[in-house]
Design a protein around this ligand. Structure first.
Ligand SMILES: Cc1cc2nc3c(=O)[nH]c(=O)nc-3n(C[C@H](O)[C@H](O)[C@H](O)COP(=O)(O)O)c2cc1C
Length: 224
């Protein structure tokens, strides 16, 4: 494990700039970095520390092409009509939302070109509503680790619309299920701040709908 030096961004700056990076270079990623990302994943909280997680690292072009074709179908057939019909996400301008859709469209066209995928899985035949809580902390740790290492990544789930087909293409056993697919590579663009609505839109105090009073104080200075 390597420790951060003082000129590296701290954890808050990393969190504030861990955006979905959907435009990735096809250049290979050193195995040592993938290993660091995986090590960050398995430090995460998980139910009872049972560690039923499994992580499939995919570099095989054939497997990526097969799964990416299903992902593209899900994007075009389900997601695009839904997003085009809806309002921009909270805290985002229509222009920024359009840029996000363009980037997501780019990813759908180029997913197979990402040099490495990590597919986080859990053992267990019948996933329930709470099952994902034992894998998504690991997913977030891996996204943060990728960002800290200068690698771009995105939490994607659209392949699950074709769950049977994509899990067969990934060669998962029947009692293992995938919960995400993280394409990872060197980003074409630069990391920047995530776009979110103000905290006051989401946080209440004591009773639902009551403003959280601490938010009336000035926010801490931005990281960096
Ligand atoms: C549960 C979940 C599923 C997601 N699935 C996809 C996906 O299939 N494809 C994609 O491009 N982005 C996907 N995203 C990324 C979100 O679109 C993204 O986090 C959101 O737009 C906020 O943008 P940011 O991550 O750049 O801050 C997913 C995110 C989450 C949390």
């Amino acid at each position: 494990m390597t420790e951060a030096s003082s000129d590296e961004p701290g954890i808050f700056e990393i969190m504030h700039t861990t955006r979905s990076m959907r435009r990735l270079k096809p250049d290979p990623v050193p195995n040592a970095l993938i290993r660091q990302i995986l090590e960050a994943g398995v430090t995460a909280a998980n139910g009872g520390n049972m560690q039923r997680w499994r992580f499939l690292v995919v570099k095989d072009p054939k497997v990526k092409e097969t799964v990416a074709a299903y992902y593209k179908r899900a994007w075009k057939e389900d997601a695009v009509p839904r997003y085009r019909a809806g309002a921009p996400s909270p805290g985002t301008s229509p222009e920024r939302f359009q840029r996000m859709l363009a980037a997501a469209d780019y990813l759908a066209e180029h997913l197979h070109e990402a040099p490495v995928w990590i597919v986080p899985c859990l053992e267990g035949a019948a996933p329930t509503r709470s099952t994902g809580s034992s894998i998504y902390p690991a997913v977030q740790n891996m996204l943060l680790a990728a960002r800290a290492l200068g690698l771009g990544a995105t939490l994607t789930t659209l392949h699950l619309r074709f769950e049977k087909e994509t899990e067969a293409a990934l060669g998962l056993p029947p009692d293992v299920h995938s919960y995400a697919l993280l394409p990872i590579g060197y980003p074409m663009g630069r990391f920047g701040p995530v776009g979110r609505a103000p905290l006051a839109d989401f946080v209440y105090e004591n009773r639902w709908g009551e403003p959280y009073r601490d938010l009336s104080q000035s926010p801490p200075p931005p990281p960096g």
